[in-house]
Design a protein around this ligand. Structure first.
Ligand code: AMP
Ligand code: ZN
Length: 105
């Protein structure tokens, strides 16, 4: 998707180190961390918001949660928060689905 920052990161057009990647999604460190560990789990597919998820795509959301759980364990955080911001009113700034993983030691 043109002019989507996360699609550009996925395509390597904007530099950002992927800390994880599989067939469905990838993860990066948030550029403006709001917790000691703050990663974003992002599907390769450009879907603007959680509201746009269609029938059958709920497995993608479940997969992203599992990836976030595994990354939290790998980072060794003691407690963590998983958050989808939805729509501008819900705090979403980048209109490409992403799951925030925020963790504390
Ligand atoms: P949201 O407000 O839920 O849309 O979250 C978007 C997140 O993307 C924010 O926490 C930003 O700090 C983060 N972000 C924006 N641009 C980049 C980037 N180039 N690399 C990593 N994280 C980014
Ligand atoms: Zn995108």
């Amino acid at each position: 998707m043109a002019d989507c920052i996360f699609c550009k990161i996925d395509a390597g057009e904007i530099p950002s180190e992927k800390v994880y990647e599989d067939d469905l999604c990838f993860a990066i460190n948030d550029i403006n961390p709001k917790a000691p560990t703050h990663m974003l789990i992002i599907p390769h597919e450009h879907i603007p918001t959680i509201s746009d998820l269609e029938e059958g795509q709920e497995t993608l959301a479940g997969h992203m949660i599992k990836v976030a759980r595994d990354l939290a364990h790998k980072a060794g955080v003691e407690g963590y928060r998983l958050q989808f911001n939805v729509h501008e009113k819900g705090g979403q700034e980048v209109m490409h689905i992403h799951l925030h993983l925020m963790g504390w030691m």
